[in-house]
Design a protein around this ligand. Structure first.
Ligand code: NCD
Ligand code: ZN
Length: 348
């Protein structure tokens, strides 16, 4: 088979960090073949206001001006309906909700949704998107742990959708069959992102391998199968959000008896060849364009890219994932380091 041309690839969930780490990883959006980045707000301190989001966007544009950055706010008690209206006017696209304590920089995350009803109402009116990290916090009393935290969250998704049927909601980085089935039953205002790594990993791959540890954790092989299947079917409300979440190698690899490793899998620099490789492995390569661009862009109303249409060539040629990137002593390692992909990016 010949090369594949993909138009306007868009990554609808990516962590571009701050400071030196941001300078190191932001250029990797383009390196991985993408020209749109939907940017997560879980910085230290989190991006809780329009002004912070605009300043963050400027800092990203100073690093790589050729990417279209769609900005988000971090859902927190500071947020007001007025701020939502201000955010909309400033071009901010979404609001990200992190349940408290479930993942990286989520200490300021939410404990209950009801208090945010006025915010959600304003978002519904203004057309901002609610991005949900869909896990409930672990709780030994209720037998909740990382393996069932997503499934236990799904009733919250259903309730939010019923209460605000016109609010566009994205269940981020789905990892379970239950999540896929739930999203399918909901209306057109509910979308769902799937990462590249969750199409590849299951529990056995991260238990004992810290570079495969992320939140939500990869689940059973049957869950992975459901994620693959919904892409194979070409369901229009499921699309790529890489959740590429770089951490310095030392934070991933130096677990001690008192401190665990950081959660996050880093896929940005190899993203498009990796997704092509994975989709081909389960017979869904024909849906590459829809999965990495069309479905997400339609959901977000961004069918035209910044300099549309931008074509990217994916060449069928074996390529080894070998780059550890480094800047000023900070090192990050990509997913699948040392492994071989069946594709590489080419020039047009
Ligand atoms: C993310 C990070 O490192 O910022 N980590 C992760 O495992 N996915 C946070 C998140 O999106 O949950
Ligand atoms: Zn994320």
């Amino acid at each position: 088979m010949t090369d594949i041309i993909v138009y306007d690839p868009a990554d609808f969930h990516v962590h571009l960090r701050q400071g030196q780490l941001s300078r190191l990883v932001t250029p990797h959006v383009a390196k991985g073949g993408f020209n749109l980045a939907y940017v997560m707000p879980n910085l230290k301190p989190p991006i809780t206001t329009t002004d912070l989001a605009l300043a963050y966007k400027q800092s990203l544009e100073a690093i790589d001006p050729n990417i279209e950055y769609l900005m988000t706010l971090y859902l927190s008690p500071e947020l007001t309906p007025d701020e939502i209206r201000k955010a909309k006017k400033a071009g901010i696209v979404g609001v990200k909700s992190y349940p408290r304590g479930v993942t990286t920089n989520s200490d300021g995350g939410i404990e209950s949704y009801e208090v945010y009803d006025p915010i959600f109402k304003a978002m519904e009116e203004e057309g901002l998107v609610l991005n949900l990290h869909g896990e409930v916090p672990s709780d030994p009393e209720s037998n909740i742990c990382v393996l069932n935290a997503e499934e236990k969250f799904l009733p919250h998704l259903v309730t939010l959708h019923r209460k605000f049927p016109k609010l566009r909601i994205v269940l981020e980085h789905a990892t379970t069959r239950a999540a896929v089935e739930t999203v399918k039953t909901l209306g057109d205002t509910v979308g769902c992102t799937i990462t590249a790594h969750h199409l590849s990993l299951s529990v056995d791959d991260w238990a004992g391998q810290s570079f495969h540890f992320c939140k939500p954790v990869a689940k059973y092989p049957s869950d992975r199968r459901a994620l693959q299947q919904v892409i194979y079917e070409g369901h229009p409300r499921f699309f790529l959000g890489s959740d590429s979440a770089p951490h310095p190698i030392v934070s991933k690899s130096t677990a001690t008896p008192t401190e665990g490793c950081a959660a996050g899998v880093y896929t940005s620099p190899i993203l498009l060849p990796l997704v092509a490789h994975l989709l081909e492995s389960f017979g869904a390569l024909d849906n590459l364009q829809a999965f990495v661009s069309g479905n997400g862009r339609r959901f977000y109303g961004r069918t035209r890219g910044k300099d549309s249409p931008k074509a990217v060539r994916v060449v069928r040629e074996k390529s080894k994932v070998e780059a550890v990137s480094e800047l000023d002593g900070i090192k990050v390692a990509p997913f699948w380091l040392g492994k071989e992909l069946n594709f590489r990016l080419g020039s047009l």
